[in-house]
Design a protein around this ligand. Structure first.
Ligand code: IVH
Length: 658
């Protein structure tokens, strides 16, 4: 069949270009051309589902979220490495590994990620697991599949291959992830390692996919039919099958070793990923076998850990930032210094307790370290350099933005501004979160524009975004017709972002992306969530009592109810639309409500209509299909009669919904 041949050809070409791009880092095709090929394959496979195979490049999306990870017993114990921290310790390893003849070594960077064991059968990706406790790990196959540098099939590989490698995040991906989390006021990952581990252990492969994980391999654990006698040959074999293999250099003599260690230490700041040292391995597999292993680690390899990069600088000031949920975060403003390849001019001090504990004062000389080479941290104060002119920091008693007295709850380290309704800082950060990519995803609506909208009072809350007009946008500096149109289009698009995103966008404490989606799936519309008791909320799997309480008290506020109604009248979809092939029963029908209904509040009735694909508007026109009239119906009833709109009683409305 012609289609089948085309599908096969597309797959091969896509695999080739993925390998060039993700493994060899040497693309020969533009992204746009690649997308065209990929799209064609997607379409052909959609038309002919019988042609889909598990190792098709389209099968990286990962399936539905898992309830938990299966455990996997490793075929052979997965060992760790012993560490060395000095030249003496490294020399001691070399002496221990010397046989009658001095062996050659391979020096590889030690990538700061998470170890995984991956299997291929008949050249096709068969699954993978984390190291776990060395004996039993977790099956993270669905998440591994989403990693673009992991080939779903190998070329020329033996029947069964078991490999070990490292899943990690590039510095860029890590910085982006943390920036996004900061905007969402989620706890930051301390280093790329934690971020990679957290991402690989996501139950929803879609989240793992968005994290842009990478993988490299450094060990061929078991193979059939291939003869390899050295680590170098194993590395070459893995690369020849299309796998990404960690860089490495072979040294003949022990005295070249140190030069290689220093070379990697020099390269470290320039690398696109974080390394915490190098791994030195005996090359010959025969010598490796002779040396053997202890219960924890092989005797033929050692990790050499680089010292964390630290520098000394001065604290010029300690300033306060007010976040979306009102938390006051003190930040040390530093005299700029270079650390680990970038210039650092601030460090977070987290909260009042940490400042007190470290006794950091304005004017102090401090030791700054970049944890995981990215987030600068003050690890110590040089008290002997104090002159007496240093100023102790005190947490302000009022919010530095709105001057409301701050509050610190017992048992909490955070100091908060309690003016949730009126603090300009909270409103601004809340809006930035609302429009952010993982929330309503309103493209081109950045912090600068939000500041303008707030300054001109065009926007006083998130709901106002949905009433912005083109003339209003055009009245702002630096906004032309083209940009205004694009903004309006992305605002319009966000109306259909879905209930999960809306819930997340609202910025309810403790409600992250996942909790929001679970609530949306469980309740289906915003009214049911708003009316649920904390008990009902907490009864849902994965929703804890803190989250339940936060959701309940959020919807208990007047302001939240008003915001929800404003969003609704601005056309934002507040129901979970279940994707279905059948058209929804009320699709294309528009409704207006008047008077008081017996069994429904207005928002509930609107949800019911929207959940079935219908639209609710506030005034009657010739485009209205139904007017639902409750008790004490007003002027809309006569308007409806004038326009010939069908009028429904509450019972008739309920009948229609069924
Ligand atoms: S070899 C028995 N090579 O470092 C062989 N490990 O601290 C053990 N790692 O668990 C692994 N880069 O997660 C090896 N080039 C590399 C590595 C590497 C990173 C990690 C690995 C291991 C940990 C030990």
């Amino acid at each position: 069949m012609e289609k089948e041949a085309r599908v096969r050809e597309l797959r091969e070409r896509i695999r080739y270009h993925e390998h060039r791009y993700h493994v060899l880092d040497d693309p020969v095709m533009s992204d746009a051309e690649f997308d065209v090929l990929f799209q064609e394959l997607l379409e052909l496979e959609a038309e002919h589902p019988e042609l889909v195979v598990p190792d098709s490049p389209t099968q990286r999306v990962g399936g539905a979220p898992l309830a938990g990870f299966e455990t996997v017993r490793h075929s052979e114990r997965v060992l760790g490495l012993s560490n060395s921290f000095s030249r003496e310790q490294l020399d001691a390893f070399v002496r221990r590994s010397q046989q009658e003849v001095a062996p050659a070594y391979i020096v590889e960077p030690k990538i700061d990620g998470l170890s995984v064991i991956v299997t291929y059968r008949q050249g096709v990706f068969a699954g993978g697991a984390t190291r776990g406790d060395g004996a039993v790990g977790e099956d993270v196959s669905a998440n591994l599949r989403t990693i673009r540098s992991l080939p779903l099939s190998l070329s020329g590989a033996p029947q069964r291959v078991e490999l070990r490698g490292e899943v990690f995040l590039s510095r860029v991906a890590f910085a982006r992830l943390n920036a996004q989390r900061q905007a969402e006021e989620q706890p930051l990952f301390a280093n790329p390692r934690n971020a990679a581990a957290g991402s690989l252990r996501q139950l929803d492969p879609k989240i793992a996919r968005e994290r842009h994980l990478q993988v490299v391999f450094y060990e061929l654990r078991s193979v059939e039919e291939v003869e390899v006698s050295s680590h170098q040959e194993a590395r070459d074999a893995m690369a020849s099958w299309g796998l990404p293999v960690v860089e490495g250099s072979r040294v003949q003599a022990a005295d070249e070793l140190w030069a290689q260690v220093e070379r990697w230490q020099r390269l470290r700041p320039e690398l696109p990923y974080d390394i915490d040292g190098v791994v030195v391995k005996v090359d010959s597999l025969r010598v490796q076998r002779e040396l053997g292993a202890t219960s924890h680690s092989p005797r033929w390899a050692v990790a050499f850990k680089f010292p964390a990069e630290q520098v000394i600088t001065q604290v010029r000031d300690i300033t306060i930032n007010v976040g979306r949920t009102g938390v006051l975060t003190p930040t040390a403003q530093l005299k700029p210094v270079k650390v680990a390849g970038s210039t650092v001019s601030r460090a977070t001090l987290h909260n009042a307790d940490i400042i007190a504990e470290r006794d950091v004062r304005i004017g102090d000389y401090v030791i700054v370290q970049k944890a995981g080479d990215v987030i600068p941290e003050i690890v110590g104060v040089l008290k002997e350099r104090r002159t007496g002119g240093e100023v102790e920091f005190r947490m302000p008693e009022q919010c530095p933005v709105c001057w409301t007295p701050v509050q610190r709850l017992q048992g909490e380290s955070a100091t908060r501004c309690t003016n949730f309704l009126g603090c300009a800082a909270q409103l601004r950060e809340g809006l930035i979160h609302f429009v952010s990519r993982s929330a309503m995803n309103i493209d081109r609506m950045g912090p600068a524009l939000i500041d303008q909208l707030l300054a001109t009072k065009m926007v006083k809350d998130a709901g106002d975004l949905y009433f912005l007009t083109k003339p209003e946008l055009l009245s702002l500096p630096r906004i032309g017709a083209k940009l205004a149109d694009k903004l309006l289009a992305s605002i319009a698009k966000s109306r259909k972002a879905g209930l999960g995103r809306v819930l997340f966008a609202l910025g309810i404490r403790h409600v992250g992306q996942r909790a929001a989606q679970i609530l949306a799936d469980e309740f289906g519309d915003i009214c049911s969530i708003a009316e649920a008791t904390p008990g009902q909320l907490a009864a849902i799997a994965e929703i804890g009592p803190k989250t339940a309480e936060a959701v309940h008290s959020f919807f208990g506020t007047e302001q939240a109810r008003e915001l929800v109604e404003k969003l609704r009248s601005g056309g934002v979809q507040l129901v979970q639309v279940i994707p279905s092939r059948q058209p929804l029963p009320l699709a294309g029908h528009s409704f207006v409500f008047t008077g008081t209904l017996q069994h429904w509040t207005r928002p509930q009735a609107a949800d019911a209509v929207e959940a079935r694909g219908g639209r609710v508007t506030s005034s009657v026109s010739k485009h209205t299909d139904y007017l639902v009239a409750g008790a004490k119906a007003g002027s809309k009833l006569s308007q409806a009669r004038r326009h010939g709109v069908k009028i429904l009683s509450e019972e008739e409305f309920e009948e229609l919904l069924k």
